[in-house]
Design a protein around this ligand. Structure first.
Ligand code: GDP
Ligand code: IMO
Ligand code: MG
Length: 424
């Protein structure tokens, strides 16, 4: 049975949640491997809308195991709220696990995220302010607090005291912020630990057990390739590895177990937060797409920046993730635009053509995207279920993307609902 990875091709919000939900109907285990509640995955099913932050999008299927792997950073208050909201909507958590190695987002991480953004001033990253960067910093620096600690009150108390006092010094002496009441935090978090304890289980062991039984495993990516700490638009990235390689370290499985990597992209591009965006557009067309595509962050409500599809970025994602196929969402949003543009390459000031995504934003500033223009379409494609149902202009658009990306497009999204998907 295959283990499949689903990753974001662009800057996140490509509709990974929807694709995971569709694929979950055939999966036995769905696992998150990185990121935290900076993610916002929207799933529409049976007329209901679910906005998931930390819980894998497979949770809506009651026979599917859902797990949070060791590479995730977890805000206990946030996940308990998410669990409680979903339970109220009759979602079952009988088959839900959290790895004991998961790092815990503490209140000082949230404050330090905010303080660091203020400190960066006009060079701010535009983080989600969920404490993600500071939590991963502590993990790398080896002073992080893990789920294992959280569910063992004595261990937690001694670690949280030392780290908390250090963070208070940092907050007060470097950032001029008020210190936190560490004792109050310790008591609050011990309570969270009690509530989360029943879910804690070694995810690497569980996933491997299921894999060896021949069960289908689905790894749910958060964020996207261009937000990857190593191959993304550094420093305007998140602090984890959303590319497929991150799945191995983030769940404790080996690369030989993965046999499919599906990249999810929008039929255009969006980005929320700061940083380079070569094909960004402004004015009437961008307003049209933002409004029609409801391009406002699931998590923070911020308006997403909008641009044309960039095949330089898509090829970067095909290579860095080893994509075996692409899913292109939101094709329906482009209906009503007379001419569609697709970026095929970039050009330097002295006329050199660049096909591969450069490593620095300083280099990107000097590049201009080269566009191909394709005919647009006016039809409402929300009811199309077969590739042949799509208007000719749509098929030409998809076929051109496929050629430019050098990757097969196997799924096409024509609306937000689970059913609004074309499989080829
Ligand atoms: P994720 O973070 O990658 O899971 O994506 P988000 O959920 O943050 O954002 C994608 C948005 O697009 C959500 O509101 C989805 O319901 C919606 N969506 C997904 N696929 C399609 C599609 O094919 N057409 C339209 N119109 N909306 C879609
Ligand atoms: P999903 O899983 C879109 C962006 C933030 C910011 C940068 C760093 O829904 O696709 P962070 O809080 O992670 O330190 O912020 O990354 N970002 C996302 N953008 N979708 C996401 O997740 C994102 N998660 C983080 O806006 O630019
Ligand atoms: Mg999202």
């Amino acid at each position: 049975m295959p283990a499949k990875v689903v990753v974001g091709v662009q800057w996140g919000d490509e509709g990974k949640g929807k694709i995971i939900d569709i694929l979950s109907s055939r999966a036995d285990v769905v696992v998150r491997s990185q990121g935290g509640n900076n993610a916002g995955h929207t799933v529409e099913s049976g007329g209901e809308i679910y906005k998931l932050r930390l819980i894998p999008s497979g949770i809506l299927y009651k026979n599917t195991y859902c797990a949070i792997g060791c590479g995730v950073v977890l805000d206990p208050g946030s996940i308990l709220k998410e669990i409680s909201e979903l339970k109220q909507r009759k979602v079952s958590f009988d088959r839900f696990f959290i790895d004991p190695r998961v790092h815990v987002v503490m209140p000082w991480h949230l404050l330090l995220d905010d303080a660091a953004e203020k400190f960066r001033g006009k060079y701010n990253i535009g983080t989600t302010k969920r404490g993600i960067g500071p939590c991963y910093m502590d993990k790398s620096e080896r002073s992080g607090i893990r789920m294992f600690d959280l569910i063992n009150p004595e261990i937690f108390r001694s670690k949280a005291k030392i780290v908390g006092n250090f963070k208070n010094n940092l907050l007060a002496k470097v950032y001029g912020e008020k210190p936190l009441d560490i004792e109050r935090i310790i008591c609050e978090y011990i309570e969270y630990g009690k509530q989360l304890k029943p879910f804690v289980k070694d995810v690497s062991v569980k996933v491997y057990e299921e894999y060896c039984k021949g069960k289908e495993i689905l790894f749910e990516g958060a964020q996207g390739t261009l937000l990857d700490l190593d191959v993304g638009t550094y420093p305007f990235v998140t602090s984890s590895n959303p590319i497929s390689g991150g799945v191995c370290t983030g769940t404790g499985i080996g690369p030989t177990m993965i046999d499919e990597v599906i990249g999810v992209a929008k039929a255009y591009s969006t980005r929320v937060g700061q940083g380079p965006f070569p094909t960004e557009i402004f004015g009437q067309t961008s307003e049209f797409i933002r409004k029609k595509g409801d391009e406002f962050g699931t998590n923070t409500g911020r308006a997403r920046r909008v641009g044309w599809f960039d095949s330089v970025i898509a090829r970067h994602a095909v290579r860095t993730n080893g994509l075996t196929s692409l899913a292109i969402n939101k094709l329906d949003t482009l209906s009503g635009i007379e001419k569609l543009k697709v970026c095929s390459s970039y050009q330097t000031k002295d006329g050199k053509i660049i096909y591969d995504f450069p490593c620095s934003f300083e280099e990107l500033e000097d590049l201009t995207p080269i566009y191909e223009e394709l005919p647009g379409f006016d039809e409402d494609i929300g009811q199309c279920r077969n590739y042949s149902d799509l208007p000719e202009a749509c098929r030409k658009y998809i076929s051109r993307l496929e050629n430019l990306c050098k990757c097969r497009i196997n799924m096409i999204g024509v609306g937000p609902a689970r059913s609004q998907n074309i499989e080829r």
